[in-house]
Design a protein around this ligand. Sequence first.
Ligand SMILES: [Zn+2]
Length: 597
Amino acid sequence: MPVRLLLKLVLFIAVFPFAISAQKPAVQFQLGFDSATQHRLSVHMDFQVKNEGDYTDLVMPRWMPGYYQLMDYPENVSAFAAMDKDGKPLRWEKADVNTWRVYKTGKPVITVTYSVLATRNFVANPLVDSAHAFLAPPGIYLHEENQLQQPVAVHVLMPAGWKHIATGLDQDAAGKLIAPDYDVLYDSPVLLGNLDSFPVFTVKGIPHYFMAYQPGATNGAALMKDLKKIVEKATDMMGVIPYKKYVFLGIGAGRGGIEHLNSAAVGFTGDGYNTEAGRQQLLSFLAHEYFHHYNAKRIRPIELGPFDYNQENRTRLLWVAEGITSYYDELLLCRAGLTTPEQLVESLRHSLQAYESGPGRLFQSVSQASYDTWSDGPFGRTGDVVNKTISFYDKGPVLGWMLDWRIRHMTQNKRSLDDVMRLLYHRYYEKGRGYTEAEFRSGCEEIAGRDLSDFFAYVYTVETPNYPRYLGYGGLLIDTSWQKQPGGWLGFSGAEKNDTLRVTHISTASPAWKAGLLPGTAILRINDQRASTALLQSLLMTATEKQIIQLDTWHKGQLKRLSMQVATGKIQPFTISKNQQASNLAKQIFASWASGK
Ligand SMILES: [Zn+2]
C-alpha cells in the first residue's frame, strides 16, 4: 500500500472521534517503555479511592475472557510502590496472589507504580520488546476491588520510532485511550509499534481495520476483500451490527486467537494465504474470531459475564459458544462464496471424524468437556487425560450442523439455527444478560416447534449420534461401516520433531490404547530399532495379525517397554455423498443452508 494512504489510515484511527466523556476518568494509567529491551512495561496508575476503610485492595485479573485458563499475570508484577498525592510512600502488602492492599492516609488520590514482565508471544499474554508491544489488558491493569464500573484513561508513552497504535478502544482528543469501564478495558487489547495496515473496508458504513505486526508476505488487499464478504454474510444473517468499528490485530507469528467485543487478536502471518488450503484455513480462523463478537461475547452463556476475574468461570455451554462458532465459521465461508458446498461438507466431516476416532468419546459428553476445560491447564491437555476427554471444537460444530438440519426438517425449511441465534441475541443480549442451559434448549425447541430431547441426548451423554438420520434431512448419505485396511494396525499416530517420534493420537479400543500408550509419549525404539515414522509404517505394512510389536517409550521421566498385539486394520471413513433419491424438502434444505438464502 502507498505510504501516504497508510499514514492517512493511521491518523484516521488515532483521531476517530467517538463519544468521549467530558469528565476526566477517575482512573488514569500511564504506560512507559523505557525497559522494553528487558521486556518490561512500566505502569503508573493514579486513581481516586472509592472504597471506604483503612485500606483499599488493588486486584489483577487471573484470566482473560475468551481464554478459559487461569494465567500467571500477577506473578509478572514487580517493583510495586504506592504513594499519596503528595508523593509520600504508603504502606502496602500482598493480601493474596492477585491482590495488593494499600493502606490509606486520608488523601483521596493514590498513585501506584509497578513493572510488568511481558515475554510471551501469545494472544492472552502481554509482550513487550524493543520493536513492538502487545498489551493483553488483564495482565497489565489493576482495578480497585468492586470498582469495575469506573471509567479509565490510558496514556501510552510511545517510544520514539513507534508509529502506530491499534485497538478497539476509543481515543480522546489528546490521544489517550478511553474505556467507559474496566470490563471494556479488559476486553480491549492494544498493539503498538510499526504496523502494517491492510485496506479498510466498510459494511453498512461501519469501518473494519486489520493492523498487523510483521504479517509476512500477505496480500492484504485480497484478504480484506475476502473478509468483507464474511462480515457481510454474518451481519446480514444477524441483522444488526453492534459496534462502531472493528479491528483485527495481527500480533505476528504464533498460534491462537481471542475474540473481543469489537476486535480480535490473532496470531498471524499471512504466508499460508498464498495456497488454496492455507487460504481456507486462515479465512475460517478469522471468520471464527469475528463471529464470536456475536456468539460468545454478546450471545453468551450466563456464566460468561459479568465476569469474575478472580476465579474460573465454568459453564457447560462452551460447545455452543465455541463449537457453534466453529460451525458458523465454515458455513459463512461457503455462504460468502469463498468455499464450495462440497468443501463445507468436507470440513464438517473432518470434525466428525476427529471426534469419532478418539477414545475420549466413550468417557466425556460435550457438556462435560465444556465444564472441564479449565482443568486442561494453559498449555492444553496431556497424557491419559487426552484419552478420556473430547474437544468441543470437534463435536460442537457437528452438533451445530445436526441441530440446524433438524430444525429445518421440523419446520419444512422455514426456520433454522440462524433463527435461534437471532432469538438469543434479541431475547438475552439486548436485555443485558446471558442465557442459561435451559433457555438455550427452550429457544431451540421454540424455533423447531417441538421437543428436541433426542438431539440433546447427544449433548449430555456419550451416545453415538445417529448421523445417517440427521444428514439425511439435507439429502446426504454417510457411510458409518467399518472397513478393513491393508496391513496391521496398532491404532496410534505420531509425528517426528527434533528427531524424536512422539505419539499424537490414539484410537478408541486400539492395541496401543489397551497397552496404555499415552499421547505425548516419546517412542525411542520399535522392535529394538531406532524409532521413526518410516520404520513403523514398514513394519505394519508386512505385519500379520497377533504379531507382537515392542516399543521402548519415554514418558514423564520413565522408560517403559510396551508390547502390543497387531490387529487387522479397520477404519470408519465416514464417507459422505449426495443421495440422488433425496426428497425435494431435503434438497431445498441443503441449498438454502449452503447459500444462506
Ligand atoms: Zn473460539
